[in-house]
Design a protein. Structure first.
Length: 225
């Protein structure tokens, strides 16, 4: 039995949503894992997001065979409240990887949000819906005639991280972090331990302890204990 089968997926998502990106990043450091991607700003919505990944791969070339459909629609139909849609659009072409109607469709399905390694458009509509989108850039240029969907729920590249369908992601204004499904139990346990220790330190500060005493050796060596 693998680690991925020993943790309930819905429980894992709920636990991840109680954390922030910094605690998860510290957990990855503690476990000597990678997955942190910086400099992906939150373009809409006012909350952090977390969930299991539904992937979309966009780029140049011919779309897969079958009835034509607009990019992103298959991902929206495959996703729900425990999911975050993660998009690769690294073609170098300025073209929207996500737009207003996709935002509305995802919002109606309760999708947690979207993370895009590329530009998105219709951001004012996403802001009006308070729908969380993290994206490299904004544009008004349509994808039509510029890029195509190469696959849904296939492995994608997000900066230096390979992301698989069913992996986990958390995103806030500090970073976007991907966690392999097989490692989620270890990462959650480590991140929760770190968050609990920091909560105790905050409590000590509020009780009047000097910050130099609170953030002494215990804090400096927290990731190795």
């Amino acid at each position: 039995m693998t680690e991925a089968t020993t943790i309930d997926e819905k429980d894992a998502v709920a636990r991840l949503r109680r954390l922030d990106a910094c605690a998860v990043s510290d957990a990855l450091d503690r476990l000597k894992l990678t997955g942190v991607v910086s400099h992906v700003p939150q373009q809409s919505g006012d909350s952090r997001i977390a969930g299991r990944v539904v992937t979309v791969k966009l780029g140049l070339g011919a779309a897969p065979s079958g009835p034509p459909r607009h990019l992103g629609t298959a991902a929206v139909e495959a996703a729900g409240p425990d999911n975050v849609i993660v998009i690769e659009q690294r073609s170098g072409i300025e073209a929207g990887s996500w737009g207003g109607l996709l935002t509305l469709g995802a919002k109606l399905r309760g999708v947690a949000g979207v993370v895009c390694d590329g530009p998105v458009r219709d951001i004012d509509e996403a802001r009006a819906h308070n729908f969380p989108i993290f994206a490299r850039a904004l544009t008004a240029k349509t994808a039509r005639g510029r890029i195509v969907e190469l696959g849904t729920n296939v492995p994608i590249a997000f900066e230096t991280v390979t992301v698989h369908p069913g992996d986990y992601v958390i995103a806030d204004r500090s970073a976007v972090i991907f966690i392999a499904a097989a490692g989620i139990a270890r990462v959650l346990e480590a991140a929760e331990t770190i968050a609990a220790k920091e909560a105790l330190m905050a409590k000590a500060l509020l009780a009047g302890e000097p910050i130099g005493q609170v953030m002494a050796g215990n804090y400096e060596h927290m990731l190795t204990r």
